[in-house]
Ligand binder design. Structure first.
Ligand code: PEP
Length: 254
């Protein structure tokens, strides 16, 4: 049985004070939660503050939004896996469509980062997803297979199991238009099928695949009740603690 994982991708938002207020409010509303894995992914500048605000709530993990593949050295402006581990970060989001589109990240670049993340004992959340044009042309499976085989190349079965995949159709991110539960389930089942080809069926069954793209309290339950949808990567709705907690609670209901 895969444990659901719900992550808040704050993107380039939240001052330290706002982050601390969010965590305080989230903890009050959420209470003790052990049946869903909750991950907060702040901007680098708020990571330490989030850790401090979480205090004893050690079941809630913290992620970073990006990293570079080198461990250290003359790479001005970059952050490495070991530097993130030094902050007790557990997860790192890699290959988000905003990074692919706005910052030119290719599958090869994402793959270097994914392998470096594993080397640093960080768990990558690897984002994949098609554009609207690619969907309209009937190329969803082709694009997902290319992105998976490229971004996850060279990982062994254990590393694959410790990787989270986020299926995020680009047309659904920040647009208010989510994939229907059927569209999302179809894509997730295909992603699991490719995982089976890349490793084996037992490995594929263990990998958690999140859905991302305009997840809100109103659609979260139906999306996450699909058999291959193992949680959500939430952007906009994760900036409001009440909405985010409602989405986490929706992950408990089947
Ligand atoms: C995201 O950026 O990963 C995302 C899913 O954003 P939103 O929830 O705002 O669509």
């Amino acid at each position: 049985m895969r444990k659901k994982i719900v992550a808040a991708n704050w993107k380039m938002n939240m001052t330290q004070a706002e982050a601390a207020r969010f965590i305080e409010s989230m903890l009050l509303d959420l209470g003790e939660i052990t049946d869903v894995e909750v991950v907060i992914v702040p901007p680098f500048t708020a990571i330490a503050k989030v850790m401090e605000a979480l205090g004893r709530a050690q079941n809630i993990k913290v992620g970073a939004q990006n990293m570079y593949w080198e461990k250290n050295g003359p790479f001005t402006g970059e952050i490495s896996g070991p530097l993130l581990r030094d902050l007790f970060v557990h997860y790192v989001v890699l290959g988000h469509s905003e990074r692919r589109i706005l910052f030119g990240e290719t599958d090869e670049i994402v793959n270097r980062k994914v392998r470096a993340a594993h080397e640093a004992t960080l768990r990558p959340i690897v984002c994949i997803g098609e554009t609207l044009e690619q969907r309209d042309m009937g190329n969803v499976e082709k694009i997902l297979a290319i992105q998976m085989r490229g971004s996850l190349a060279g990982l062994n079965a254990k590393e694959l199991q410790e990787t989270v995949i986020a299926y995020e159709p680009v047309w659904a991110i920040g647009t208010g238009r989510n994939a229907t539960p059927d569209q999302a389930q179809e894509a997730h089942a295909f992603v699991r099928h490719i995982l089976g080809e890349m490793a084996d069926d037992a490995t594929a069954e263990r990998v958690r695949i999140q859905y991302g793209g305009s997840v809100k309290p109103e659609n979260a339950r139906e999306l996450m009740s699909q058999p291959d949808i193992d949680g959500a990567l939430v952007g906009g709705a994760s900036l409001d603690p009440r909405s985010f907690v409602q989405i986490v609670k929706a992950a408990r209901e089947r």
